[in-house]
Design a protein around this ligand. Sequence first.
Ligand code: GLA
Ligand code: ZN
Length: 670
Amino acid sequence: MRIGADYYPEHWEKSRWKTDFKLMNKANIEVVRIGEFAWSLYEPKEGEFHFEWMDEALEELAKYNIKVVLCTPSATPPKWMVDKYPEILQEDVHGYVKGFGTRKHYCFNSSVYREKCHILNRKIAERYGKHPAVEGWQVDNELGWANTTRCYCDECQVNFRKWLENKYGTIDNLNKKYGTVVWSQIYNSFDEINIPKAGACYDVCPDTQGQNPGLLLDYYRFSSDSVVDFTRETCKDIRAYSKYPITTNMLDAAVNSGTGIDYFKLSEELDFTSWDNYIEFQWGIAEDAAVSRDHALLRSYKKRPFWVMEQQAGACGWSKMGPAPTPGKLRLWTYSAVANGADTVVYFRWRSALFGLEEYWNGIIGHDGKPGRRYQEIAGIGQEMKELNKIYGKLLPKSRVAIIKSFDAEWSHSIHRHVENFQYDNYELEFYRAFYKMGIPVDFVQPSEKLDNYDLVIAPALIMVKDFELNNLASYVRRGGHLIISLRSGIKDEYDAMLPESIPGVFADMAGVTVPDFDPLLSKKTEISGVFGKGTADLWCDIIKPVSAEVLGVYTSDYYAGEACLTVNDYGDGKVYYLGCDLDETAMLNLAKYTGSRAGIPMELYETEGLERVECSDGTNYAQFLLNHNSYPVIVPLKTRYMEMISGKVVENSIKIEPYGVAILGLGKR
Ligand code: GLA
Ligand code: ZN
């Protein structure tokens, strides 16, 4: 584990560099990420390249033994390029062309832009690909940030048509799969197909929601593929000259609710994953369970340790700021990342900027360049990690529970969300949160992944699966796995069309139920009772008729009182639960305990409000992180004697954790 800083050598006088690097050394900051927005310095005019400034910066960083993640600068195409080649610009859903002035104003499919990136990226990779100060690469910056994955320009339209032709072969096939017979949408050729923009009725159905769902879903897939392809090309350019590992900084689901990029696919192009973690800032305050979920997603995309490439270091925002991190929180957030599988945490940013849009984005040190309390806190973390590294290698939680994350499902639900308050990510978080509260780590998996390492797999609202994915899930259960299927699962084909089978469609046999009726809840609550205690649903109620399944919960109000809402079915050596409704937080927690313990997972662990508890291992050594997200101290009872690894003290019976405090319980000596 180690820490780093996001740094902009080009924002400061060269005479200041030494002071900064010495301060970094003193704080045990071992790595900096640089160069992601520097195109106009590298190539101020078309074909005129300058690298001296970067040469000097790297040379100086090397003297202080600070390692570098170097970026490809494609997030900000310079003004001369935009003026000369306006066709590189993105177009939005209403046909507005995104102009120069901020960032991410380019189209991933622009052949001109790809060529310009190709030229500069290769030059950068060639020059620094073996540089001793460099240790890794970042592609672009926050791909898909601010709704930029989906572009509506002419070049995208041409590419989309090719993509469709490749997928469907004939236009008749596409017409059939999309059901274009509805509303006179039958196409005569692929050339007639437009990217689905805001439809004629967009004031009734916001943006594109009036468009054909099959066409929309394919367009979302195409857009994601375009970003993945852009990344693949960039990686190819880097790998032609460099063996250093490549990443790109992904976005959280908590604040950004998805970028429209299939991160599983994107991760296949990368050597390691990383993401940007802002917890309390202008755009909101993230719940600790949601941050933990985001960390879990990041370790899951490659099932490996990941980096936090940007972590909040001070009060931040653009026009206005969120709160200053209370003393202790920078450390708490850092260890929470480590507990969940991060091996490097890089703080954004080293020093608060004196100019530009982000003047209010406070760094480790302030505008005045003097080390203050945030610097001291981070230096303390650096010191602790130096000691901890004598004991621990790369830590990962050992997850016995997995939640299926399907980008097809996410996008399908975003096109038609079934009922006003349904949001796929939030719905998945409801399951995640329950296990999080019990200190049970959860991974995210694709429906096609090997599942044998998990005792319990949850498939929330898995609306569509391909045959091989269904077979994978079925054989996991037949071999003894436990699977929870829930509302809105298995009812569509991959073209976003409804299946003619009774609900739950392709899962009916495994679940041993049928669902002849359902009630989408717009503004009422339905009461429920079962192995999860007494509770309420306020989103959706499937009225379940068991075929071979046993009833574990029933509705107790409304016209379906007495009907089943939760069932379990024996299937092969395993079990399939069908949960027909959403559950309030307490009922969900009880369901987690019930299903977890039946899958053989000890569920009687701590349940201290606001305490994050993660058990990890580096393969040899054990670490149990106790992270207090409360503003008050907590006393955590202990069943065994442990060594608290940061202080080196033996703890027994109980341990007190200060507000925003951290403890790492180990078994060995220190
Ligand atoms: C993002 C970007 C950074 C910076 C910070 C703060 O996550 O990657 O370049 O803009 O946010 O806004
Ligand atoms: Zn485009």
